[in-house]
Design a protein around this ligand. Structure first.
Ligand code: ZN
Length: 201
């Protein structure tokens, strides 16, 4: 098992477009497998190669109770519907936001054996795929925020219950960069949010 360091904002690699993978060779598979190890260790749902400093179009997804998925050169073919979801990102630790994602997507990719896949997805898988494919294009979930009120810091109290704290001053809408500062006052509790959507990508 090999763990890779996950880069965080404002690392400029998170804003770069990743390059298409021309051939799925040993080095690509090694990177993808290390990304799976890193994702599992971090307890996330998805990870894009940009997040470990590699500008290659590779993403990995780990849904609860499922085998890890490796997708190379993934692309969204069709997206339908709108729904509000809560989202976090391993590269933006300590924060979550409410954004709009698609209800269903159809996407294409190559798997680890270079086989071309075409899959219809909904729920957490669709959300994770949209999030990770965004990463490959240099896009962060914070780019989809419609209001500062939809972006908040997550804090865990001594009982492990998560609370949120609005952080209006810390988010720069133009750059999508957050400048963390200390905060006071827990204003809203989020312990009722569905567990699956609490996972970070
Ligand atoms: Zn992310």
């Amino acid at each position: 098992m090999s763990l890779l360091p996950i880069i965080e904002i404002p690392d400029p690699l998170l804003r770069k477009r990743a390059r298409k993978v021309r051939r799925i060779d040993k080095s690509v598979l090694k990177l993808a497998n290390n990304m799976v190890d890193t994702l599992r260790e971090a307890g996330g749902v998805g990870l894009a190669a940009n997040q470990v400093g590699e500008l290659q179009r590779i993403i990995v997804i780990q849904l609860p109770e499922e085998e890890a998925r490796i997708y190379v050169n993934p692309e969204i073919i069709k997206a339908e519907g709108e729904r509000e979801v809560e989202e976090g990102c391993l590269s933006i630790p300590g924060y979550r936001g409410k954004i709009i994602r698609s209800v269903t997507i159809r996407f294409g990719a190559l798997d680890h054996s270079s086989k071309r896949l075409r899959i219809d997805a909904d729920g957490l898988l669709a959300q994770a795929l949209e999030h990770e494919i965004d990463h490959l294009n240099g896009i962060l979930y914070t780019d989809h925020l419609r209001s500062h009120d939809d972006f908040y810091m997550i804090e865990e109290d001594h009982e492990g219950i998560e609370h949120t704290d609005t952080r209006l001053d810390d988010y720069d809408e133009d750059s999508g960069i957050i400048v963390p500062t200390t905060s006071d006052g827990i204003i809203k509790s989020y312990d009722s949010v569905d567990d699956a959507t609490k996972k970070v990508n």
